[in-house]
Write a protein that binds this ligand. Structure first.
Ligand SMILES: Cc1cc2nc3c(=O)[nH]c(=O)nc-3n(C[C@H](O)[C@H](O)[C@H](O)COP(=O)(O)OP(=O)(O)OC[C@H]3O[C@@H](n4cnc5c(N)ncnc54)[C@H](O)[C@@H]3O)c2cc1C
Ligand SMILES: NC(=O)c1ccc[n+]([C@@H]2O[C@H](COP(=O)([O-])OP(=O)(O)OC[C@H]3O[C@@H](n4cnc5c(N)ncnc54)[C@H](OP(=O)(O)O)[C@@H]3O)[C@@H](O)[C@H]2O)c1
Length: 521
């Protein structure tokens, strides 16, 4: 099981967001002897690389993941035919799986000689939740020094800016483009290429990927399969929206089209002008949208089923005198007498709204993995249908699958550390601890033992992040790598330095004194 038993020469990375980019950069800079040349920005000499083939597949036509901006967002909600199944809280039920060509066809199709088929939809029109959530005025919620890899600084970020130490989403996208450029990584990426299915040949220890190449506005599909010794799952965790099960949701959407939406489709405040708005949830998306919508709306109500876990949001909500707070939405009211879109809350109160935004978060989703294997275990925190699938298990250090040796999940804060650990272990220079040790670590982080944090799978108290996750990851890094936080001369706890800036920006925005466009200049 989860120890590397075979030498790994070829690696597929799925997804070209920050995590996928970090992995590619790390892997292409490891030599056969386990030395990293990344910090020198030199690739190992010809024939001296630890790996023969590294391919990063990206379904969209551009790299950057969440930070790659889409003018036209995903739909407000899954279309009616998806809502009708009454299982819209299940990511598989609101996701369009393409019909795979027959095995006999696929087995003869290669990258250079793919099987070509025609679909009745363009990739753009498929329900794939592939249009990233970033909007034009988005800024980060953690400081610039955490939105980077230690080997490349940001450039041209103005000092003394209003948002300091935060940066705009555009800055992050430009930064990721710069990494690809500076390290000459283009050739490792295949865009418009979605990984649709993965199976493991257990006998030969090989992963077989089925890839569909289809550009955004095209109906032509090119299919092929390709084998790799290892795979890295960097397909993100803010793609498929969580739509909670609320009574009468389908009937409500039919009766009042365009009133209900998920926060992922938010792009333009003008869509909400002078409206009475209900935001459901008390996470970052809820606070983020409140600050933009507050100055232009008639009223804002926030439905919270639990108190926010973020101190800065708590402070902002307490300071905003014009917000109304309600408990969980009990049901949508669809009786004829309700001529306005109306909801009933858990406390029995009833209120009408012009817009309802579900800021209820996202599911973890690995639609291409065989369900039977649990390579990565995904489930919801409360083991019921009213929460997103946002808990993750069977992963040692949130990086190495304890079920099979080469399945990897990544999280943002630790991306560089994770990527370095993967490079160290896959190159063979570093060894994972025993499977029992790995499972012990995983159990401690999940429900089996008492979780150490009250929420979200990757939630670490920042004062424990280095000791419990980052340092053990770094022990697995290739030789010649500097500890990322030490290189940047920062501590994980510095991430909390963003709080005053987030509060300052929020207060400035809701007062109407600053507009969001000026804020991100
Ligand atoms: C609105 C918003 C704001 C955020 N702000 C912050 C912030 O300020 N700071 C922060 O640290 N984090 C923030 N995040 C979290 C964000 O998820 C991370 O910053 C980061 O983008 C995660 O990187 P990733 O590479 O794991 O995933 P992503 O950025 O989601 O990239 C995943 C990539 O995989 C591709 N992909 C998916 N499926 C397939 C497939 N089958 N085949 C091929 N390619 C595929 C996707 O198209 C995408 O390009 C924010 C998230 C959202 C939604
Ligand atoms: N840079 C930025 O400014 C920015 C902006 C937006 C998002 N983000 C990032 O994007 C990611 C997702 O954030 P998010 O806020 O969209 O999601 P989130 O953090 O998962 O928060 C979801 C919220 O919805 C609530 N909720 C879930 N199901 C519910 C239900 N059935 N009824 C009522 N409430 C329910 C949750 O409450 P419970 O706590 O009870 O589960 C939680 O408050 C995060 O990483 C975040 O940092 C960043």
């Amino acid at each position: 099981m989860a120890s590397i038993t075979k030498s790994i020469r070829s690696i597929a990375v799925i997804g070209a967001g920050p995590a996928g980019i970090a992995c590619v950069n790390e892997l292409v800079h490891v030599a056969k002897n386990g030395l990293s040349t990344l910090e020198l920005n030199e690739k190992p000499s010809l024939g001296n690389s630890a790996f023969d083939k590294i391919v990063c597949f990206e379904q969209n036509d551009n790299i950057g993941g969440v930070w790659n901006f889409f003018e036209k967002p995903d739909p407000n909600l899954p279309p009616l035919n998806y809502l009708q199944n009454n299982q819209f809280n299940n990511p598989d039920k609101i996701y369009e799986f393409p019909k795979l060509p027959k095995n006999s066809i696929l087995s003869n199709s290669t990258y250079n000689s793919p099987y070509i088929s025609y679909s009745n939809k363009t990739f753009e029109d498929e329900i794939r939740w592939n249009k990233n959530a970033a909007y034009k005025d988005l800024f980060t919620n953690i400081p610039e020094k955490f939105m980077k890899f230690s080997y490349t600084p940001y450039e041209n970020i103005s000092k003394g800016r209003f948002l300091e130490p935060l940066i705009s989403s555009n800055d992050v996208k430009n930064y990721l483009d710069k990494i690809i450029n500076n390290y000459n990584l283009f050739k490792y990426f295949r865009t418009s290429s979605s990984v649709e299915f993965i199976e493991k040949d257990e006998i030969n220890n090989i992963w077989k990927l089925t890839i569909r190449q289809k550009s955004r506005f095209s109906k032509i599909e090119q299919w092929y399969t390709e084998n790799f010794d290892a795979i890295i799952l960097a397909n993100g965790h803010c793609n498929v929206p969580f739509i909670p099960k609320i009574d009468n949701l389908l009937e409500f959407v039919k009766k009042f089209p365009n009133v209900l939406r998920h926060s992922k489709s938010f792009r333009n405040v003008n869509d909400f002008k002078n409206g009475n708005i209900l935001l459901c949830g008390s996470g970052t998306s809820s606070a983020d949208l409140t600050q933009y919508l507050s100055p232009i709306s008639k009223s804002i109500t926030i439905s919270q089923r639990s108190e926010t876990v973020y101190p800065w949001i708590k402070e902002c909500f307490t300071k905003s005198r014009n917000l109304t707070f309600k408990p969980r939405i009990k049901k949508f009211l669809i009786d004829e007498k309700y001529i306005e879109p109306t909801v009933e809350f858990d406390d029995g109160s009833i209120k009408s709204f012009d817009h309802i935004i579900l800021s209820t978060g996202y599911h973890y989703h690995f639609p291409f993995l065989p369900k039977s294997k649990n390579y990565i275990k995904i489930y919801n925190e409360n083991y019921n249908s009213s929460s997103p699938i946002n808990k993750i298990g069977n992963l040692y250090l949130y990086t190495f699958s304890t079920i099979d040796n080469s399945t990897i999940g990544l999280m943002f804060h630790a991306m560089e550390y994770s990527a370095a650990a993967i490079a160290g272990v896959f190159s063979g220079i570093k060894k994972l601890p025993s499977i029992n040790e790995q499972i012990k670590w995983d159990n401690k982080r999940t429900k089996i033992d008492k979780p150490e944090v009250p929420h979200r799978f990757q939630g670490f108290f920042t004062d424990k992040l280095e000791e419990q996750l980052l340092n053990p990851l770094f022990e697995l890094a290739p030789l010649n790598r500097t500890v990322p936080l030490i290189k940047d001369n920062i501590k994980a706890t510095d991430v909390d330095q963003s709080n005053p800036a987030l509060i300052k920006a929020y207060m400035a925005l809701i007062s109407g004194k600053v507009n969001s466009k000026d804020l991100i200049k």
